[in-house]
Design a protein around this ligand. Structure first.
Ligand code: MSP
Length: 633
């Protein structure tokens, strides 16, 4: 079977964090799992490098978008290498073959009659690179997805006829391609509510792929970053070029976070339908990692650094915890205490101790050399239980129940531990039942072998250590024998190894800044990212009217021309410093996207900037007059 596993391609305006690591580690697990099962597997990851957000972030750092994208893309690649992520290809959307593929796809959609020219008027969230209608926004023009302020966009644009594909999409969902199913239901409801055609080009910035058939005298159209990005999944296989890996497409499994499911489950299949490319096999949508129930954010200082966790506890442990702790699809809280609990119970007690005891007993009773063909004969019920557990575990992977998969695999180790307690090999030996003891130890080796094959895609290093100790091999041929055919091995030559997971004492959470550090930070002016600064819409405007607010000694009521259809009404507490008449005709600086507020019953739609010291207060005024509404930045 063919398996083509993809992660989202990551924006290069952020350094890799636990959310990115989570998606990538699940994809890595699937790649290794299917490879071990003998499937032809291919794993794609990479970086999403175009768009307004990246252009702004690069500008703010005084870099070209390409320099900036290259630097951050490198950080992602390095981290995945440090995490031993077994990707087959790392794509950058600035790669030539990708650019060609995107332009080809655009031309094909145009030829098909799915693209037409019009004018887009609506709201745009730069952070999500996503369009919204005013009715979709949260009150006060905030993005319904990330909560940041949106900007108004009115520009010439090419549109993709998304609405045309509504029925075909609904038909596709009947084959249950999206897991978990509650996420699929959300998508179906969204589509049933009606789809609007999608604006797929922008003209107000530069950093992106140009449309292929730019007409003479036409404004420069840049392809919408999501159309560009989604096409990575086929351009990486050679779409529009060598096509050398396109045969893998039939096994496509996309792993995505719930926040970007809409793009993958609605836009992407519609684009594919337009291009006459078959639809992906599965889309798995995972939830979000939170820290104590809160979204992680740099400004609060509660971001979990995956590298720190992995450096402290080991890569395998980190991977195991991410997959085991939270039911796939749901949000999860990251807690170091929970991580330590899992190390001490499941890894150290259930697995590590089992191997130790097995090594100990093999050495004591059989000089580390075991041989028996009677394991199944002595323990038929336990053999059946082992088989059933394995069969059950395998179906769980197909249904994206990764945490339950691990739970099931651990039942194998519980079975082994229960058998030791029940049959007491030391008593058997005392009673002269050496044959049964040896059969028991061989059973335990087989069970451990099978369990290790099953968790090897999650903890490859640990699996290799156990393989070295039991003299076994982690390979597709062995998987076939031991897992698919339920074979039993009769001889084991055991090597002694150091304990796998020494117990750990609980300590304070260390992977984030300490509470005191956060407090200290809170008392200082917090640092913000340039993207946060760009969230403020600062503009120059001319004071058309200014008067005192009745009943207030402090407040002045302004009407300011910001180049919009009507003047803004703004209240400012500067009456002690200025005579209102003197300000008429002056240009002032205004925060134009403040949520409107009421002062003394009057609505104020912005804030006028001023500076104050011991000599009093002064308005901030442009050195020379500028057009009303000009952006400050
Ligand atoms: N560039 C787009 C994807 C384009 S795919 C054609 C993008 N990039 S992203 O870098 O912002 O996000 C990538 C992934 O990280 C998403 O799947 C998102 O859900 C995931 N996560 C970001 N923060 C997360 C957590 N705190 N927890 C889990 N995953 C989260 O979107």
């Amino acid at each position: 079977m063919k398996r083509y596993i993809t992660t989202p391609i990551y924006y290069v305006n952020d350094v890799p964090h636990i959310g990115h690591a989570y998606t990538t580690i699940i994809a890595d697990f699937l790649k290794r799992f299917y490879t071990l099962r003998g499937d032809e597997s291919f794993f794609l990851t990479g970086t999403d490098e175009h768009g307004q957000k990246i252009e702004q972030s690069a500008q703010a750092r005084g870099k070209t978008p390409m320099q900036y994208a290259t630097e951050v893309s490198e950080k992602f690649r390095t981290l995945w290498d440090e995490f031993d992520i077994d990707y087959d290809h790392f794509i950058r959307t600035t790669d030539d073959y990708h650019i060609k593929a995107v332009q080809l796809a655009f031309s094909k959609m145009l030829e098909k009659g799915d693209i037409y020219k019009g004018e887009y008027e609506g709201q745009y969230c730069i952070s999500c690179e996503s369009f919204f209608t005013t009715t979709q926004l949260k009150e006060g023009r905030f993005c319904p997805d990330c909560g940041k302020p949106t900007s108004e966009v009115k520009e010439e644009s090419y549109f993709f006829a998304l609405s045309k594909y509504q029925d075909k999409l609904l038909k596709w969902y009947e084959s249950n391609p999206i897991l978990p199913s509650y996420r699929q239901n959300e998508v179906i409801n969204f589509v049933k509510n009606g789809l609007n055609d999608l604006s797929i080009t922008r003209t107000t910035f530069e950093w992106g792929i140009e449309i292929p058939s730019q007409k003479e005298g036409e404004k420069k159209h840049i392809i919408y970053v999501w159309l560009d990005a989604l096409l990575n999944y086929v351009s990486a296989l050679g779409y529009g070029g060598s096509e050398e890996r396109m045969h893998l497409w039939e096994g496509a499994i996309h792993l995505v976070g719930k926040d970007i499911l809409r793009f993958h489950a609605i836009y992407w299949p519609a684009f594919l339908l337009s291009l006459d490319i078959p639809l992906p096999k599965k889309i798995y949508a995972h939830g979000w990692w939170l820290n104590e129930g809160k979204k992680m954010s740099k400004s609060i200082g509660n971001v979990i650094d995956p590298k720190k966790v992995s450096d402290e506890f080991g890569n395998d442990v980190f991977r195991f915890f991410l997959l085991r702790e939270v039911p796939f699809g749901q949000d999860g809280d990251f807690s170091l205490n929970a991580l330590v609990d899992r190390i001490n119970s499941e890894l150290s007690n259930d697995l590590g101790n089992l191997l130790n005891r097995l090594i100990g007993m093999s050495e004591k009773y059989f000089s580390l050399s075991l041989s028996s063909n009677k394991a199944q004969e002595f323990f038929p019920t336990e053999c059946k239980e082992l088989e059933n557990t394995i069969t059950q575990a395998l179906t769980l992977v197909e249904n994206a129940h990764f945490h339950r998969y691990l739970e099931e695999v651990w039942k194998i180790f519980s079975l082994c531990n229960t058998m030791i307690a029940r049959y007491e090999p030391w008593s058997l030996m005392k009673n002269g039942e050496s044959e049964k003891t040896q059969a028991l130890l061989v059973f335990l080796c087989n069970a451990l072998y099978k369990g290790t094959l099953l968790f090897a895609p999650i903890m490859p290093t640990t699996a290799q250590k156990i393989a070295d100790s039991l003299g076994i091999e982690i390979a597709p041929s062995e998987f076939k024998k031991m897992i698919d055919h339920h074979s039993f091995k009769e001889h084991f030559r055991i090597e002694k190894i150091a304990p796998l997971f020494p117990k750990i004492e609980k300590k304070e959470e260390k992977v984030q800044e300490s509470k005191e550090e956060i407090k200290k930070e809170e008392n200082k002016t917090p640092q913000i990212k340039i993207d946060d600064f760009f969230l403020s819409d600062l503009r120059v405007g001319e004071v058309l009217e200014c008067k005192n607010v009745e009943g207030s000694e402090k407040l002045l009521l302004f009407q300011v021309d910001l180049g919009e259809q009507k003047p803004r009404q703004i209240i400012s507490g500067i009456a002690q410093y200025y005579n209102p008449q003197d300000l008429i005709g002056t240009q002032v600086c205004v925060v134009a996207n403040l949520k409107p507020a009421k002062l003394m019953g009057i609505v104020s739609e912005g804030m006028i900037l001023s500076v104050k010291d011991e000599n009093g207060l002064k308005l901030i005024i442009p050195q020379e007059k500028r057009k009303n509404g000009s952006k400050i930045g």
